[in-house]
Design a protein around this ligand. Sequence first.
Ligand code: PMP
Length: 406
Amino acid sequence: TPAVDWAAVRRDFPVLEREVHGKPLVYFDSANTGQKPSAVIEATDDFYRRHNANVSRAVHALGTEATEAYEGARGKLAKFLNVRADELVLCSGTTFAINLVAYSWALPRLKPGDVIVLTRMEHHANIVPWQLVAGRTGATIRVAELDARGDLDLDGLYRLLTPEVKLLALTHVSNVLGTVNPVREICREARRRGIATLVDGSQAAPHRPLDIAAIGCDFYAITGHKMSGPTGTGALWARREHLEAMPPFLGGGEMIKEVRFEGTVFNDAPHKFEAGTPNIAGFVGLGAAIDYLSALGMANIEAREQALLAHATEALSGVEGLRIFGAPAEKAAVISFLVEGAHAHDLATLLDLEGMAIRSGHHCAHPLMQHFGVAATCRASLAFYNTHDEVDAFVAAIEKVRKLLA
Ligand code: PMP
């Protein structure tokens, strides 16, 4: 692969040219949502200007174009993830995707005595739906814990996988620690025991080459807005046999073959799970995002982000009183930290005045915060469009505000 011109790539992202409080924007909050390249903004704009119509309902030219664009995005995403297009349910994001599995797969299946296994590092989106299922079925939840470095304790996890366990739901990459879980090995162990697996790929799909078929899970959830795509886009991949067995979650138009008051014949999967008018323009944008990421190459993106992470980790380790949470064996470009004597929110607020966007808080991961015994951390999350100069400016800004807060 030819070397990527990262300075040119950065110029593809209009928002990064902005100033904030009179300072150049340093956007280190990509784990929260990613910025969008012009190609994505223009594809969405072009859809509304030239093609806008609803999908699957009209025979007219615009209707056909809209349907082709929407289904085209499904095809691009399927290829990107290495799965079959007819196993990909398009939806609003990971939260919807996990809830779809909770309501359509787990709720009709689980009984009192059944167990769902989660991990300590899950996002609330991969905890709360299971609590709702547990509350309604009488199933219970078990939690796999972390070791001191912020890696999953795999032996401990496997010990939890007893015959009562029906589902293991875990994140591929932690949105707080950056921990990359060995999901292939874990799913293999679960499968050997007859346990279904759901992988939350929110923080993996934007940052590394992905091959869902090779992971060997039953369900994989992604969210488009972290992958350079528009908000309100995402997908659930599930094995065809699951999709066929699962009843629909929402009823309405688009998801039926025939409706009579005596009863309705549902459409085939994945359309059975896509009731109502979808986010057509959003998926057109996501299709453009997939083209964009594919052209850059996910291996290049991963290498770039690893270089930025190494630089940031090294530079931050020189800041007095700064503690980085977690040092997992394999780590994505997410750095959670605290500075002695400074509240996370105060630090983030002062950094904002320097033009720097980081997140402070619990990162939708209360149980992980409880594990570390803190209420909040600061989190800097990097993406390929960030620069080494930004990392240096960030560390200098932390040094500056640390003195203000001390
Ligand atoms: N899981 C993880 C690991 C996440 O980081 C996020 C987003 N912060 C979600 C789930 C939820 O994604 P969304 O809000 O796009 O549905």
